[in-house]
Design a protein around this ligand. Structure first.
Ligand SMILES: [Zn+2]
Length: 248
């Protein structure tokens, strides 16, 4: 498998860095995981959008899903013609996204995007990859996803606070792509729905995986994120930045 970072900026796109979005590929299978603002444009540097076999939308916070509307426009009216693309999503995700184009039944939107709700514990196969899901600790239904092919695996946290289903999903993964939105120790003012860098490091260490930290807020110094994550992980993690591509 290969992971390519399209964007990693936490909460919103930042100069030179789209919001959350990744390509996960294995052989001819291509999955676009999270469609944050700027990621659709970024992915066209890597492939023809018509080659996407499936999209995973972790949740309906706009920094993870807004470019699904851009993708719809391209697939509905672009050169490829309409090819229904499976979109795996958590409960409650379709109506908010469809409302951007006022899509009702029979709308081209639903012929272009083939929405498939998945829940914790579900497993689906896309081409040569298997995807399994857990629900995270976040204020809207949010899917963490584990991608597996040829016995290798990548676990992606999406957005999560401490707890939830991600720590168990990540156990034994070869690579953990984990959000590290903030820095500093957890205290009464900490965001209960996001991890700080030290917590991401703990999660990486417990899972026994190579750690990549992502979803760093643009207001936070990424060097501090690396050093705080390293203190609990045991060594420097990788920082997800656009264009980073690693084999798993
Ligand atoms: Zn979120």
């Amino acid at each position: 498998m290969e992971l390519t970072v399209l964007g990693s900026s936490g909460g919103c796109a930042a100069p030179g860095n789209p919001a959350s979005g990744y390509l996960v590929t294995h052989e001819d299978t291509v999955i676009w995981c999270d469609a944050g603002p700027g990621t659709f444009m970024a992915l066209m540097d890597h492939l023809d959008p018509a080659d996407i076999d499936a999209v995973v939308v972790s949740h309906v916070h706009t920094d993870h899903c807004a470019d699904l509307v851009a993708f719809y426009g391209y697939m509905a009216y672009g050169p490829s013609g309409v090819i229904p693309v499976p979109v795996f999503h958590p409960q409650g995700a379709v109506d908010p996204i469809a409302s951007f184009v006022r899509a009702e039944a029979e709308h081209l939107f639903f012929m272009t995007l083939d929405f498939n709700q998945v829940d914790a514990g579900d497993t689906v196969r896309v081409g040569s990859m298997e995807l399994s899901f857990a629900l995270t600790n976040h204020p809207v239904p949010t899917l963490a996803t584990k991608f597996t092919a040829e016995g290798r695996s990548l676990a992606y946290s999406a957005d999560t606070g401490p707890g939830g289903g991600f720590p168990e999903l990540a156990l034994g993964a070869d690579v953990v792509l984990c959000e590290a939105t903030g820095v500093g120790p957890r205290g009464p003012q900490s965001d209960e729905y996001h991890l700080n860098a030290g917590e991401a490091g703990v999660l990486g260490a417990k899972s026994g995986a190579a750690l990549i930290v992502t979803h760093v807020s643009p207001t936070v110094d990424s060097a501090l994120v690396i050093s705080e994550a390293a203190a609990t992980y045991g060594s420097d993690p990788l920082l997800a930045l656009p264009g980073l591509s690693i084999r798993i």
